[in-house]
Design a protein around this ligand. Structure first.
Ligand code: HEC
Ligand code: HEC
Length: 382
């Protein structure tokens, strides 16, 4: 708080307090001249005024509230709040901190959250045979608290946190088979995600469909967890300056060709051939979309050979994409929703796609020979 507002509040609170005290003392001291019959001599419509002492109970309450006011100043940051924190405290993040309305709100949110997480552990994790997640969640929460508190967090702390998040993957897989967990997950989805991805999770232009098996960042539980925890920023720069309009047209023609040309355009084969050369220059499109143009989850670059489009697969939209670039933003949810809700959401999202990509971190996978997991798409039988 600035010195100005701090002083303003101080003057206002002490000023009011002094004014009220002054009025009370004045009234107590004031002795009007009385007539012989004990009245002040004032009559209003035949009603005569006596001068009676203030009732004791009333005085006690009045003085009491004046003292109470002083106690308030001591307990709460009311007098020079920039200097005096008050002696009242609340618990936030397991730490005792001075009372502020902000800290109090956080403290209340935390205790509400505790009710949710207890319920999550008892009624969801336990019933989905996933209680093993509890200790991972506890360690994760500690690491995140350290991260929040320290000004200069250790360089590898974020990596460790990301690893811990990935360790939750096998439990997310279990939750994705539990109807109760999915019910809560779908509700959370409607509240938080449907604005962008649609209430049926089928997405919209620029917002990926989450029910197909086409993933920008991977559809295994640990990929989905990472997407939700940290958010994602898809980045493809504009190519207008580098390739020129001719280059853009050529490479768009090539993209149309490899994507199967669903719109049935008459393709200009010379441009397709030129586009192919541009596409495959090592620092151009292959860099992110890959040799086979099937996309890469490490760059978030989409598969260009399927009939699934984030922005649109007609000739003009592809040219637009290339001229001006694209940058879709998926917000991070860790701060807003916390680890438990993210697990439920990840389980729900994972349950939506029919071809499930097995989790890398799952114990079952760890014991089987590593089958180049990016390619290992297992078709579930249910
Ligand atoms: C403000 C809009 C917005 C909201 C809200 C939002 N998302 Fe997204 N989400 C996006 C965008 C945009 C992308 C694609 C990012 C990109 O283009 O690289 C995305 C990507 C994703 C992906 C990765 C898809 C893939 O193909 O790899 C998942 C999973 C996802 N979102 C789930 C969720 C869930 C679950 C929620 C709710 C907690 C949510 N999103 C809320 C905009 C949003
Ligand atoms: C730096 C990595 C990178 C390079 C290089 C790159 N792209 Fe992309 N591209 C992406 C990403 C990431 C997206 C998704 C953008 C988003 O999520 O908002 C994308 C999106 C696209 C799309 C939109 C697909 C859809 O589903 O709507 C097309 C088309 C495309 N790129 C073609 C190309 C071509 C052609 C080149 C070469 C001239 C190229 N890209 C170079 C990363 C790259």
């Amino acid at each position: 708080m600035t010195f100005f507002w701090s002083s303003w509040i101080t003057i206002l609170s002490i000023g009011c307090w002094l004014f009220i005290l002054g009025v009370l003392l004045f009234v107590l001291k004031y002795r009007p001249d009385l007539e012989e019959d004990g009245t002040t001599g004032h009559t209003y419509d035949g009603i005569r005024e006596y001068d009676k002492p203030l009732p004791k109970w009333w005085l006690v309450i009045f003085f009491g509230s004046i003292v109470w006011g002083v106690a308030y100043w001591v307990f709460f940051p009311a007098i020079f709040p920039s200097k005096w924190d008050g002696i009242a405290t609340v618990e936030v993040d397991g730490e005792t901190v001075p009372w502020t309305s902000h800290n109090e709100l956080n403290s209340e949110l935390e205790s509400n959250n505790k009710v949710f997480t207890d319920n999550f552990e008892k009624n969801i994790l336990a019933k989905a045979d996933a209680s093993g997640a509890t200790s991972t969640l506890a360690t994760l929460a500690e690491m995140q608290a350290t991260m929040r508190r320290s000004e200069n967090p250790p360089a590898d702390l974020q990596t460790q946190i990301d690893q811990k998040v990935a360790e939750l993957a096998p439990y997310v897989e279990k939750l994705s088979e539990n109807p109760n967990a999915l019910k809560v997950g779908s509700r959370l989805f409607l509240q938080n995600c449907s604005v962008c991805h649609g209430s049926n999770a089928k997405g919209a232009v620029g917002y990926p469909n989450l029910t197909d098996n086409d993933w920008l960042y991977g559809g295994a539980p640990e990929n989905i967890l990472t997407t939700l925890h940290n958010g994602r920023v898809g980045g493809m720069a504009a190519w207008r300056d580098q390739l020129g309009e001719e280059g853009i047209r050529a490479v768009s023609e090539y993209v149309l060709a490899i994507s199967g040309n669903q719109e049935g355009y008459d393709l200009d084969e010379t441009m397709v051939a030129q586009g192919k050369v541009i596409f495959n220059e090592p620092t151009n499109c292959v860099l992110c979309h890959g040799e086979d143009a099937k996309g890469m989850i490490s760059t978030g670059a989409p598969n260009l050979t399927d009939d699934i489009w984030l922005y649109g697969g007609d000739r003009e939209t592809i040219r637009e994409t290339l001229r001006y670039g694209r940058a879709g933003v998926m917000p991070e949810w860790q701060t807003k929703l916390g680890n438990e809700r993210i697990m439920l959401l990840a389980a729900y999202v994972y349950s939506l796609s029919d071809q499930k990509v097995q989790s890398d971190a799952s114990p079952a996978m760890a014991t089987t020979p590593n089958t180049n997991t990016a390619e290992a798409v297992e078709v579930s039988t249910n």
